[in-house]
Design a protein around this ligand. Sequence first.
Ligand SMILES: Cc1ncc(COP(=O)(O)O)c(C=O)c1O
Length: 420
Amino acid sequence: MTETGLQPETLDFDPAPVAPERDLMSKFDGLIAERQALIDTGVTDPFAIVMDQVKSPTQAVIAGRDTILLGTYNYMGMTFDPDVIAAGHAALDRFGSGTNGSRMLNGTFRDHMEAEAALRDFYGTSGAIVFSTGYMANLGMISTLVGKGEYVILDADSHASIYDGCKQGVAEIVRFRHNSVEDLDKRLGRLPKDAGKLVVLEGVYSMLGDIAPLKEMVAVAKKHGAMVLSDEAHSMGFYGPNGRGVYEDQGLEGEVDFVVGTFSKSVGTVGGFCVSNHPKFEAIRIACRAYIFTASLPPSVVATAAASIRKLMTAHDKRAQLWANARQLHGGLKAMGFRLGTEAPDSAIVAVILDDQEQAVAMWQGLLHAGVYVNMARPPATPAGTFLLRCSLCAEHSEAQLDAVLAMFRAAGEAVGAIG
Ligand SMILES: Cc1ncc(COP(=O)(O)O)c(C=O)c1O
């Protein structure tokens, strides 16, 4: 008897010999073995941490222990803001939990319009489009803007969503050396003069926390007739006089054509967006697959985003506190002799560079046991094959918390030989 209940002899044809099934999952064997080897050494898997409870923007319970969070992108600490939470509750009560579909069909609610209005006010632009994540904003904008026979020029250390936006599109892809104005100029100079070109930059690069020389890069892009998109995911809220990002800080508001951002960092929820002053910007809504062919964000989420963005417009004290926190952590780690991703506290990310995976995992584990959770990052996500413990600061970290974190870094760093 077969599973269907048919006797094989009742079939009126000879089944053809079946080719052995090729297991498509076998390509992951190397990765599975590497992960297992790590787990077999007895360490906690750095990529499988579960938050049992989150008490505040800077404190969670992990494996039953109170733990300081030093790796979230909740830079401005908006996740527990009472006004933001109230806005989410009110939208949930009024509109329910879902959105019924794409932004184009059933899925645009009052609060999507509110979030886009808040973005236009925050950035001072004529246009704002909300996507379901920052990943999709990059994917959608890059693949839609640059077409066949055109060029997208990107920094070699670009975020995965930028690379994937290039792959999703049909334009020619040109990479330049990380943060090298000279290499950007050289590569743009080799392209056909009258072809469409988009240079994609990031204000802050998230692995090392270094910033881009946007002023020089935008000048070079404009010299070669290219449009510019800047991803300001890691600068929103605290860079520039209005918190718009590194591009605002460097005086480039009239020159950057498109700014991409996310709600998953300073805004404190989830979602992505692009803002622009381009008079035809609205056309993106009817041309962009990543906008059209996916469900929109729930009203509770966009309502929290709108409330948070409006509060960020006047969050001057939080901004000042975040920078003070970045200086305290960066200065403290530097004084202890740790190798850091940047010479100065250039952003809210402080990356500690370790010798190899073994040292990085041991130190990461030591820190977690002591009561602080940071992010471990390793190749291929990191530049130049580095192993990093990436710390990111929140405006809500207190001086005492950071003093405690520094003491934990000293003990863990000495234990693994990262500092003398
Ligand atoms: C530079 C950059 N762009 C885009 C994204 C994607 O944002 P989201 O988390 O909203 O998908 C990230 C996320 O980490 C990022 O670091």
